[in-house]
Design a protein around this ligand. Structure first.
Ligand code: DC
Length: 223
């Protein structure tokens, strides 16, 4: 039995997992794990070392020695991510890095090598973990599990708004195509595919505000 309370929030790209996880972690006073950031940082590390993606020995070595640090800077909404001592927060969150992460995350030995690093985030008083396989694999015995969904069109719209808020631009048809390719890969892969845990509360957020999602997740924790 797991004595540390864990809330897992899984779902496809652009569904709002990160926002919901951050708000819930603040509300509960629990630690936060953005597992996608680990896969993204790993993809950047591999990319920077010019390694062939089929060289599993080197991939595992990089995963085992990943020099990664998360820092919550005062006043900042998102945590800063340091790879090899360098702030990579900006490049980490680009669509290109997400795409690289999705490719590399389908390799079984990579997932195994990064498993313990993710599980180590579970500490008293509790953890909110967001990703694709938090409720099915990494924290399979978590007390609270949520799976968020939304139509691909709505997720692409949200991603566009997010880009615009950051002062960037995007073309909705391209974003929609990217979202669909990434979902298909994340859902159909052999190792830890994106699927809801059997005991997860599934919330379709297409027509819901963030507040409405938070209310539903909070009710699950109280129940
Ligand atoms: O959540 P995100 O967009 O930051 O994740 C980037 C990619 O990393 C995602 O497309 C698939 C992979 N990923 C994964 O395979 N398992 C996780 N728990 C989190 C992310």
């Amino acid at each position: 039995m797991n004595l540390i309370p864990v809330l897992t929030i899984d779902g496809p790209s652009g569904v709002g997992k990160g926002t919901v996880a951050r708000i819930m972690a603040q509300k509960l006073g629990w630690y936060l794990l953005d597992s996608g950031a680990i896969y993204r940082a790993f993809a950047l590390a591999v990319n920077g070392r010019n390694i062939d993606i089929s060289d599993e020995f080197s991939l595992v070595e990089i995963a085992n020695n990943l020099d990664l640090e998360f820092k919550a800077e005062a006043g900042a909404e998102l945590v800063s991510v340091y790879l090899d001592g360098k702030d990579v927060s900006k490049v980490l969150r680009t669509e290109q890095t997400g795409e690289m992460a999705s490719r590399i995350a389908s390799i079984g030995v990579v997932r195994t090598a990064l498993l313990k690093r993710q599980q180590a985030f579970a500490k008293i008083p509790g953890l909110v973990a967001d990703g694709r396989d938090m409720g099915t694999v990494v924290f399979a015995d978590a007390a609270f599990k949520v799976f968020l969904t939304a139509s691909a069109q709505e997720r692409a719209n949200r991603r566009l708004k997010q880009l615009q808020n950051q002062g960037s631009e995007g073309i909705i048809s391209q974003i929609l195509a990217d979202v669909m390719v990434r979902d298909e890969r994340d859902s159909s892969r052999k190792h830890s595919p994106l699927i809801p845990a059997k005991d997860a509360l599934i919330i379709d957020t297409t027509e819901l505000s963030i507040d409405e999602v938070i209310t539903q997740v909070s009710e699950l924790i109280k129940a």
